[in-house]
Design a protein around this ligand. Structure first.
Ligand SMILES: Nc1ncnc2c1ncn2[C@@H]1O[C@H](COP(=O)(O)OP(=O)(O)OP(=O)(O)O)[C@@H](O)[C@H]1O
Ligand SMILES: [Mg+2]
Length: 416
């Protein structure tokens, strides 16, 4: 009897497949997992499965990246994708999941049965390198820095203060620099109360304000000299600090922000923009130039509620939300809100759910990102698990291997 796991936020697809059991040569055992974050746990506890059927809620870039990690971990299991429309991801991301079939929903019963029978029979054979995998040439992914192209801009935002934006931005900067070896700069756009320098224990001589004061600075001049206004952390990460006082901050306009970010991204492979907890005009200017937008919340009602208002505002402002990543931080159990309830409110899913960790305060006191100061801490591993999804597959596999605890299991990979 073959074992099939259906992974989707709803139960509809699993129900349809269950209803077809008698049409299989031999009725399969069907398990449904509707909590995407718990898939590692289900694979470990109820597996091994012959076939994983991924439903439409996995049709996002991060969903496909997750499927890809699963198929790398469990090459014997066959994967079938059942999507209602072309997912918000490149064909290449789909191919790289290693799936052997793609069903278009709504799908005829006979097609599902035929596809799953075939997948189950292939699962019984010794895995061979997939032809598709071999054909996938190692050309750079869209989010990899390329020579002579502007760098990639990630903006970290939140609706409420103290969610961990500065914490996340400094760690992501370190992570990208460490694993890609590329140049990384954090621009502190929390103009009034920026704390990137404090979090990294830096003493900037100049700030973003000074860079904008250059006389007769045309764009190429600003670009040529922008690094002179930065301070470099021991890890090699560059920082363009926030102004020294609020009166300077008030004088920085959205077009100034655009100029600065254009200049920085022409000099750096990755640019991380830390922001204040508000949708200020200067923040919107950064959104316009961003390749990815992280939105953070903590596990408390005001923060979660405001995250939802924040996201609908982005929608109303017609800000491209395709490349949105949600991060839930300081997610402790026993605080009166259930993490599962919160995740259900956000269909796009959370890229990372991070616990409150004492190692963070220690790292701040050292002026180091926690991932550098305590690489073996649970929080560092969980962060790496989410952050690596923006990197190319071979690097992801290397990070998985090198950051895994000795007895790593899929449960760990997905933060459960
Ligand atoms: N997962 C965590 N565990 C423990 N402490 C954390 C965690 N995340 C952040 N912190 C701490 O919480 C405080 C607030 O974090 P941080 O300054 O990064 O938030 P922020 O969103 O940048 O705040 P603001 O909106 O004021 O800029 C900091 O002292 C930080 O070290
Ligand atoms: Mg901050």
């Amino acid at each position: 009897m073959s074992k099939i796991l259906v992974l989707d936020r709803g139960d509809t697809l699993a129900e349809q497949i269950r209803g077809l059991s008698d049409q299989f040569d031999e009725a399969p055992k069907i398990t449904s997992c509707t909590r995407i974050g718990a898939v590692g746990e289900v694979l470990e506890e109820d597996g091994p499965f012959d076939v994983l059927v991924a439903g439409p809620s996995l049709g996002t870039r991060s969903g496909l990246a997750r499927l890809r990690i699963i198929s790398e971990e469990l090459p014997e299991m066959r994967m079938v994708l059942a999507f209602s429309r072309r997912p918000d991801a490149s064909l290449r991301d789909i191919v790289r999941t290693g799936a052997i079939d793609l069903l278009q929903l709504p799908v005829e019963d006979a097609d599902i049965v035929e596809s799953l029978e075939r997948a189950a029979s292939l699962a019984r054979q010794v895995p061979e390198p997939s032809v598709i995998e071999t054909l996938a040439t190692p050309e750079p992914e869209s989010l990899e820095p390329r020579p002579n192209r502007p760098g990639i801009v990630y903006t970290i935002s939140s609706a409420t203060g103290g969610c961990g934006k500065t914490f996340y931005a400094t760690n992501l900067a370190w992570f990208l620099h460490k694993w890609t070896g590329k140049s990384v700069c954090i621009v502190d756009l929390d103009l009034q109360f920026g704390e990137v320098s404090t979090a990294l224990r830096l003493r900037p001589k100049y700030t973003i304000f000074d860079a904008l004061q250059r006389e007769d600075a045309d764009e190429s001049d600003l670009q040529a000299h922008i690094e002179e206004y930065m301070v470099v952390h021991d890890t090699g990460v560059h920082v363009l600090a926030a102004p020294r006082d609020t009166s300077e901050a008030d004088r920085i306009t959205p077009p100034d922000v655009t100029r600065i970010l254009e200049a920085v991204r022409n000099r750096f492979d990755y640019v991380l923009v830390d922001t204040p907890p508000a949708l200020a005009e200067t923040v919107l200017a950064a959104f316009d130039l961003s390749d990815l937008l992280y939105v953070m919340a903590t596990l408390d009602l005001p923060s979660v509620r405001n995250m939802s208002v924040f996201l609908s505002t982005l929608d109303r402002l017609r800000i491209d939300t395709d490349n949105l990543r949600l991060v839930l931080n300081k997610a402790e159990t026993d605080v009166g809100i259930d993490i599962d309830q919160v995740t259900k409110l956000f269909p796009q899913g959370f890229e990372s759910i991070l616990p409150y960790a004492k190692e963070v305060s220690r790292s701040i006191n050292l002026g180091m990102p926690v991932m550098a100061a305590s690489p073996d801490a649970e929080i560092s591993r969980l962060m790496a698990g989410g952050m690596k999804l923006v990197l190319p597959g071979d690097l992801q596999a290397q990070i998985t291997q090198e950051t895994a605890p000795k007895k790593a299991g899929l449960r760990r990979l997905f933060g459960k």
